[in-house]
Ligand binder design. Sequence first.
Ligand code: SAM
Length: 222
Amino acid sequence: MGKLFLVPTPIGNLGDITFRAVDTLNLSDLILAEDTRTSSKLLNHYKIQKPIRSFHMHNEHRKLSEVISKLKSGQTIAIISDAGTPGISDPGFLLVREALANDIEVVCLPGPTALIPALIQSGLSADRFVFEGFLPPKKGRNKRLENLIGETRTIIFYESPHKILKTLTQLVDFFEPERRVSISRELSKMYEETFRGNLGEAVEYFNQQTPKGEFVICLAGA
Ligand code: SAM
């Protein structure tokens, strides 16, 4: 039996990869990547020369049995995503579940992910938190927010630049405008910025400028 490694990669700053992640990629027979062009830049930077194949949300179902066969034949396979930890709002879960069902060893390396630095630097309670990832675009969106109204733990959302204002405006509707929030963008990159205030102030702030980059929203619990 081979082994499946989930290898976290930088969320912006190339220096954030671990020594062990580089070693693991170098020792793998095959690297599965969400976007092979994006990942090739990282792999070239670290002079990692291994076969790379695409594995993303549009082909993961189709590729599952082929990857499992390779693992069963003894190959060591690493999966990486465009940024951060595979399986966190990225492909990975399906393959992990299938590998475990086939008694294949699965190891996820510790490493970069956007939610943890955003939470820790938010100043909001990190003792207990809930990760909501991306809200559904339409169907089920309101229900998801309704279910969070009484949530006492810090709530973490992922959001893209073109939806951040819509989401914040909606959060004001579901939670009170005074609810504390921390919004981090471009973590580990040159224009990294964290807004800390309340929801009402956040809407005002992001109304005054065109939101750029990728966002993590940390909302205080009730
Ligand atoms: N697998 C990744 C992880 O472990 O965090 C998440 C991938 S998900 C497709 C992309 C989302 O993660 C972005 O829309 C944003 O919400 C968040 N994200 C990723 N990189 C970020 C960064 N450098 N700064 C802020 N948010 C980031």
